[in-house]
Design a protein around this ligand. Sequence first.
Ligand SMILES: [Zn+2]
Ligand SMILES: [Zn+2]
Length: 255
Amino acid sequence: MDWRQILVLLLIFVPLERLFPARSEQKMLRAHAFTDTVYLLVNSWVIRLLALALILPFLDFIDARAPRGVQDFVGGLPFAVQLPLAILVADLGFYLHHRLFHAVPALWRLHAVHHSIEELDWLAAHRIHPLDQLFSTGMSALPLYALGFSAEVMAAHALIFFLHSHLVHANTRLGFGPLDWLIASPRFHHWHHANAEDAHDRNFGGQLLIWDRLFGTLNLPADLPSHYGIDDPMPSTYPRQLAWPFLSQTRKQSA
Ligand SMILES: [Zn+2]
Ligand SMILES: [Zn+2]
């Protein structure tokens, strides 16, 4: 990841977690902070390489088959209309990707790396297996590309998603107040990470609660979970965590 992006994240989220913590006893240098820092520094480059090999070829495929009329219509909409529409469409892709990665055992092993976090904070947002991240980005961004959203809207969406994904993992009790019913808050995503039987396989949305409401997977208690993580033991280093989904036979989360 670019050092300027890291600087922006530090400037936003370190003070936020200090001033408005969800768990004030949690230390900044918590367990596995070093491993998650390796993710922060290395993972995005691994994902970019994978994207060049696996996502780029799809763009030609989409270009050859995309509905031109729809693209012209969507691309001609004003920025202020395109952006919320893009968030809605991308979040449906994210929801479907996420639900699939919880439902299919082989995919769950990749996604379990992200769920192995036991102390949530902004840095924890980076602990994602590159293949998991690649598919989630593909499922949210490729529909936007296929439907003809403008480059400015796609860039704005990527920036908002980048900041939002750190916020929902942050160790903060802040949320969106009266908009918590619509926009994914830290409380919403923290419940997704809860290690509690009745919280498993809920809250799949990345930015919105709309798709979880529609598909009956919303779980939003007023308090925060007491425990996060998974029951399966996860190795502690970056290379071992990347290899783990292919080497281990894990239990399904909800089993
Ligand atoms: Zn998940
Ligand atoms: Zn998460």
